[in-house]
Design a binder for this molecule. Structure first.
Ligand code: NAP
Ligand code: GDP
Length: 336
């Protein structure tokens, strides 16, 4: 039975990847940091089938202990501070988690399990002020946020450990990917959750920032399959993972409101306070290398993805509306 270790297992991608690997017959270990509250809601359906281990990307000793103890065949480093605006509020901490954290886990592998295959969750935010469109593996980086800068460090240290120590280390340069498990602060989920609340009469207004920004939005379930395929490849390599199709935030708004038969213009308010200090105007992937070498193709397209998210949020909002005390801590925070 192959063994996988997932950091960031409690997050959107970590939970999808754990589902995927369990289906493939893996033994799954998840590294989770201690929280005063329950942060395992996304794992509710599989909690008994995986093993959670206490660790933190800030704590080198915990990483080495977990790697030595589990001796994984594959390690997926999905942990990190993943929300761009928060990276301006906490730039140093973002660097600790999202940049140096990658070196810490790679060091733990080098010392404790050097044969493990390693996946690093890199980001299209590294392209930032894009130098060419669409973006491919060779496109120069120009990050526009402390998050993007930290991810660029993580990308290059992954390549460096491959070149220096022969570790089977891969960097997946992932474009935005979403789904019903996405955090409520990200624009896709913020919109689909608000649409559901407006539809059932719990809210009337949705405040957003820059509606003209364009992203290449895919489905998280498709992306975890790409992570796994990278680690099954003959050679460690870096791959752009995205759909190749770009939409504006306004397109996303229209698609979500249309799905429930509402006119977005009656509800959306543009709030300049939600604009970013430096924006990434447009991202569009060129995923041809992943298609050619890994046989990877996304299966869920944009309108289907947004429709799925609105439907799930309608179910959630209706269920929680009947029992408000069942809202998650994050939802109480965002909704209030
Ligand atoms: P997410 O939902 O925010 O999950 C992040 C995970 O990291 C959570 O499990 C979180 O744990 C954990 N974490 C944060 N700091 C940690 C620390 N110091 N030690 C241990 N764990 C820590 O993010 P996601 O959407 O699943 O994304 C997964 C990875 O892919 C992230 O690195 C993200 O930056 C990257 N990425 C995502 C996208 C995207 O569109 N989703 C695109 C490109 C790259 P808690 O539950 O305790 O907070
Ligand atoms: P990101 O691409 O990783 O930063 O993912 P987000 O979902 O946080 O943001 C995607 C785009 O939506 C960015 O260009 C934001 O400026 C834009 N956007 C517009 N309004 C909002 C908002 O209210 N919240 C968020 N998170 N993003 C917004």
């Amino acid at each position: 039975m192959p063994t996988a270790l997932i950091t960031g297992v409690t997050g959107q991608d970590g939970s999808h990847l754990a589902d995927f690997l369990l289906d493939k017959g893996y033994r799954v270990f998840g590294l989770a940091r201690r929280s005063s509250g329950d942060n395992t809601q996304r794992l509710a359906n599989i909690r008994e089938h995986i093993t959670l281990l206490d660790g933190d990307l800030l704590d080198q000793a915990s990483l080495l202990r977990i790697v030595e103890q589990t001796q994984p065949d594959e390690v997926y480093n999905l942990a990190g501070m993943s929300f761009v605006p928060a990276s301006w509020q906490q730039p140093v901490l973002t660097g600790e988690f999202t940049a140096l954290g990658v070196t810490r886990i790679l060091e733990a592998l080098r010392q404790g399990c050097p044969t493990a295959r390693f996946f690093q969750a890199s980001s299209s935010e590294m392209f930032g002020k894009v130098r060419e469109s669409p973006q491919r593996e060779t496109t120069p980086l120009h990050p526009r946020s402390p998050y993007g800068v930290a991810k660029s460090y993580g990308h290059f240290i992954t390549i460096n450990y491959r070149e220096s120590f022969g570790i089977f280390a891969c960097s997946g340069i992932m474009f935005n990917h979403e789904g019903p498990r996405r955090g409520l602060e990200f624009v896709s989920r913020k919109i689909t959750h608000a649409v559901a609340r407006i539809k059932v009469g719990l809210a009337d207004e949705l405040r957003l920032g820059n509606l003209q920004a364009r992203r290449d939005w895919g489905y998280a379930g498709d992306f975890v399959r790409a992570m796994w395929l990278m680690l099954q490849h003959d050679e460690p390599d870096d791959f752009v993972i995205g759909t190749g199709v770009t939409h504006s935030v306004q397109d996303l708004v229209e698609t979500a409101f249309d799905h429930v038969g509402l006119d977005w213009r009656e509800h959306v308010v543009v709030d300049p306070a939600l604009y970013r200090p430096a924006e990434v105007d447009v991202l569009q992937a060129d995923p041809s290398k992943a298609r050619r070498l890994l046989g990877w193709q996304p299966q869920v397209e944009f309108a289907e993805l947004i429709g799925m998210m609105v439907e799930e949020d309608l179910n959630l909002v209706e269920a929680r509306n009947q029992k408000p005390e069942n809202r998650s801590a994050q939802e109480r925070h965002v909704v209030s």
